[in-house]
Write a protein that binds this ligand. Structure first.
Ligand code: HEM
Length: 519
């Protein structure tokens, strides 16, 4: 029975794709938009699908195909997508004319996959994104980050103690290492669960996290299929999160909520902050006849869906970001020395939230690493009502976008365009110093996206990266080793911008006295 459904699924999938191919491949041509010619069925991604080029390299080729144009047409399989290159147009799409482009492209109907379809990233405006964003934003203010900081710090200290047990020198693969650290941090801060994934390497929480954030095999195909044929996926009732993973995460949240209620437990984490939001909303509803009823009721299921997206969005991005930050410091020893000097001068016996945020060079290093290696290599928008891109030059077309058209903004390429950043491949934190940063057009620096739909947790992510950098560099120097790939080449198998064989660096325990002065 199961096999027959899969066969039927593929027949329906290929039939619909075939039917649309001829029509779809003309999409940009008839609109006068410069475009990169698609291959039958695979659009512009055949070389990536057959592992001849990385996903990042394909985007780069498309970005560079028309270097003076404001936008380029491309095809994700048969789905036309407009890649926008011009910072001014990016500003309009993400900020000024947000109401026309208010959704991300992964549209998964909430009734098909409640856990995925009702999370903040996936929610469309028509399904209540505004209300959910307003409800969740207070969880990520700086005062809330201050509260969560202590939990984060416990995890990072545990990580450094783990390093201490490994001896004075060691070589580590960073993506695996920081996936475990990021898992523990999001586990404790979002779910109220302590995992210690470095010691307890196969704990269920980590294994489930890896499963839901994997883009390989059938899950990668599902992502593509949702982007290209959302109606068919809805019709076939295909879920993105497996039933086992959904049950696991739902049980963790429900059990934790019940336990806390029963035992009056207050723990300074996101789960607590979300239940406080729920209480506030209920009180508002009960106490004031004038308060407009909120569209969304924050049920346990909805809290689970949000905790899941925090996990999903925070696990991979942060571990990729940290891997590449340590990599750049390992191969740029002078910059590492300068950062270490700032750490020595600022930190003293104990790292505090205030001290961490006061470190200017640290901030430059983190920004520069996110410029050169943004974990999300592109961001997306879906056009939700017809929109006209007016011509700027005489020969420009007037482009009429229709409801449902997809937009991609190539973060990595904008960050590596010499018109936006001179010597773009050079790791130079000085670009972000107070003397220089005014020269950067804010619409060409978008590691956390832009506008109302930007990353809700950028403060959280920056805090986490900075804390790990400082706690580790306080005790260890990172150095290149024979396994360190210079320069890095991106994997052809995974869409995550990392090399095939991982990011390897050496850690040498610092021999000098670690009791810093504040002078
Ligand atoms: C270095 C780490 C991170 C990077 C580079 C990053 C980057 C991004 C980007 C590029 C977007 C899309 C923004 C847009 O379309 O304008 C996004 C959205 C989002 N991120 Fe992050 N992110 C990071 C960490 C996190 C963490 C730790 C969490 C949760 C705890 C998180 C939660 C989200 C959510 C919920 C959205 C969807 C927001 C919405 O649609 O309203 N991210 N992130």
């Amino acid at each position: 029975m199961g096999g027959a459904v899969i066969v039927l699924f593929f027949i329906a999938f290929f039939y619909l794709v075939y039917k649309n191919i001829a029509k779809a491949n003309q999409y940009w041509k008839v609109r006068g938009v410069p475009y990169v010619s698609p291959r039958f069925f695979f659009g512009n991604f055949a070389s990536n699908i057959f592992q001849k080029a990385s996903f990042g390299d394909v985007l780069r080729t498309i970005y560079l195909a028309f270097p003076t144009e404001r936008f380029v047409g491309l095809y994700q399989f048969t789905q036309p997508v407009l890649m926008v290159r011009d910072p001014e147009l990016i500003k309009r799409i993400t900020v000024k004319d947000f109401e026309y482009f208010s959704d991300h492209t992964q549209y998964i109907a909430p009734d098909v996959d409640p856990l995925w379809g009702r999370n903040l990233f996936s929610l469309s405006v028509k399904d209540g994104w505004h209300d959910m964003r307003t409800m969740l934003s207070p969880t990520f203010t700086s005062s809330k980050m201050r509260i969560i900081f202590s939990l984060m710090q416990e995890c990072v200290k545990e990580f450094v103690s783990y390093l201490n047990t490994k001896g004075d020198t060691m070589t580590l693969e960073l993506k695996d290492t920081f996936s475990r650290v990021a898992n523990d941090i999001i586990g404790t801060t979002a779910f109220g669960v302590e995992c210690n994934s470095l010691k307890n390497r196969h704990n269920e929480f980590y294994m489930m996290g890896k499963q839901i954030t994997s883009f390989s095999g059938i899950r990668g195909l599902k992502f593509f299929a949702y982007a290209t044929l959302p109606k068919l996926m809805k019709y076939l009732n295909v879920k993105l999160i497996s039933t086992t993973a959904a049950k696991f995460f739902t049980d963790v949240i429900t059990d934790t909520l019940r336990y806390r209620e029963k035992n009056n437990v207050i723990r300074p984490d996101m789960l607590y902050l979300l239940t406080e939001v729920r209480k506030e909303r209920m009180a508002q509803g009960e106490n004031s006849a004038n308060v407009k009823h909120h569209k969304i009721e924050l049920t346990d299921d909805l809290i689970t869906a949000q905790a899941m997206i925090f996990f999903f969005a925070g696990f991979d991005t942060v571990s990729t970001a940290l891997s590449l930050m340590f990599y750049e410091l390992a191969i740029n020893s002078q910059i590492q020395d300068e950062l270490f000097a700032e750490i020595r001068q600022t930190v003293g016996e104990q790292i505090t939230y205030e001290k961490l945020l006061s470190m200017k060079f640290l901030d430059c290093v983190v920004s520069e690493s996110l410029r050169l290696h943004p974990p999300g290599i592109f961001m997306d928008r879906r056009c939700v009502k017809p929109y006209v891109i007016e011509p700027e030059k005489a020969r420009d077309p007037t482009v009429r976008l229709e409801k449902g058209d997809l937009i991609w903004i190539p973060i990595r390429e904008l960050h590596r365009d010499p018109n936006n950043y001179p010597e773009p491949k050079k790791f130079d934190p000085g670009r972000f110093s107070s003397a220089n940063k005014d020269q950067i057009n804010p619409f060409t620096f978008l590691p956390f996206g832009l506008g109302p739909r930007n990353c809700i947790a950028s403060r959280f992510a920056l805090l986490e990266c900075k804390l790990v950098l400082v706690e580790v560099l306080k005790q260890y120097e990172v150095v290149p080793v024979s396994k360190t790939e210079i320069p890095l080449t991106l994997s052809k198998k995974s869409p995550i911008p990392l090399p095939e064989n991982g990011v390897w660096v050496g850690f040498n325990r610092r021999v000098e006295d670690n009791r810093y002065s504040n002078e």
